[in-house]
Design a protein around this ligand. Structure first.
Ligand code: ADE
Length: 245
C-alpha cells in the first residue's frame, strides 16, 4: 500500500519539489508514495477568494481564516479519512524520529501549511489537527516543514532505502547520536582512520561505535544524553535504580 501525502498549501507548485529527485523521487516514480498538493484558495468563498484577514486585537500581518482552512481540511479528510491531519507551525510539538517512524508506518499524512502570521486558533479547537514544529526558529511558511517531515517519513518506507538495516543504528533511533563514519582513502591530509575500524574484529568495532556514540551524545547533546540516561536508570516497574557514574 502506498503512503498518501496530501499537502494543503497556497503554493501547490512547490511540490514535490526536492522530493521529486533522488531517493524520494525514485520512490514517488515507483508508486511507493503519492504526492497530492491542494490549493487552499480553492476553498475561499468570497469574490476576492481571500484566505486571510487582519488579526483580531490588532497587530502586524494577516491571519489565515478558520472557515477556509476547515473546508480545505474537511475535503482532504473526506478523500483520506484514515490519514492523520498535521499542521506545520512553530507553536507545534517538536517533531521527533519516534513520531516520524509512527507516521511512516501508517497510511499517509495530510499536512496543512500555514503562511502569514498564523492560523485562526478556532480551527484547532474545531478539528482534530496535530500541530507540529520542526524546530525553534520561524520559517516563512509551513511548506519547508512539510518537506522535512515527508523526507524523514519517505526514507523509512519499505523498499525505499538501499539496505533495510542501514536506518537502525543511525542518530536518534536509539536516542543517541550516531557514531562517526569513515571511508577510503585510509590516509587523507595526514589523518588516518581509527585503527579499530580496520581490525576486522566486529565485537571491538561495535564496542568502539557504542562508546563514541555515547561520548558524542554526552558532549554535543546533553539534553538527549540526560533523557537516555533517565530512561536507562528507570526499571520496568518505574522504580528508580541506582545511576552509574
Ligand atoms: N512554520 C513556520 N515556522 C515553522 C516551524 N519552525 N516548524 C514548522 N512549521 C513552521
Amino acid at each position: 500500500m502506498s503512503f498518501a501525502a496530501t499537502i494543503l498549501t497556497l503554493y501547490p507548485e512547490m511540490f514535490p519539489g526536492p522530493l521529486g529527485i533522488s531517493l524520494a523521487g525514485r520512490a514517488l516514480a515507483e508508486g511507493k508514495w503519492s504526492c497530492e498538493p491542494i490549493q487552499i484558495r480553492d476553498f475561499a468563498t468570497d469574490k476576492h477568494r481571500s484566505v486571510d484577514d487582519t488579526p483580531a486585537g490588532g497587530g502586524a500581518g494577516m491571519v489565515m481564516r478558520a472557515d477556509v482552512l476547515a473546508s480545505a481540511v474537511d475535503d482532504a479528510v473526506a478523500r483520506h479519512p484514515e490519514v492523520p491531519v498535521l499542521a506545520m507551525t512553530p507553536r507545534g510539538k517538536p517533531l521527533t524520529q519516534a513520531r516520524v517512524r509512527a507516521l511512516a508506518s501508517g497510511p499517509g499524512v495530510t499536512i496543512l501549511c500555514g503562511r502569514f502570521e498564523g492560523m485562526d486558533e478556532r480551527l484547532f479547537e474545531a478539528r482534530p489537527i496535530e500541530e507540529v514544529s520542526i524546530g525553534d526558529y520561524v520559517l516563512s511558511g509551513g511548506e519547508m516543514g512539510a518537506f522535512v517531515l515527508l523526507d524523514a517519513c519517505i526514507r523509512l518506507l519499505p523498499g525505499v532505502m538501499g539496505a533495510p538495516s542501514s536506518g537502525d543504528e543511525e542518530s536518534f533511533e536509539s536516542g543517541l547520536l550516531e557514531y562517526p563514519q569513515y571511508t577510503r582513502p585510509q590516509l587523507w591530509e595526514g589523518r588516518t582512520i581509527p585503527e579499530v575500524l580496520r581490525s576486522g574484529d566486529h565485537a571491538k568495532v561495535e564496542a568502539w561505535r557504542k562508546s563514541r556514540s555515547e561520548a558524542d551524545t554526552r558532549s554535543r547533546r546533553p539534553d538527549l544524553w540526560e533523557r537516555h540516561e533517565g530512561a536507562r536508570v528507570q526499571s520496568p516497574s518505574g522504580a528508580r535504580l541506582k545511576k552509574k557514574d
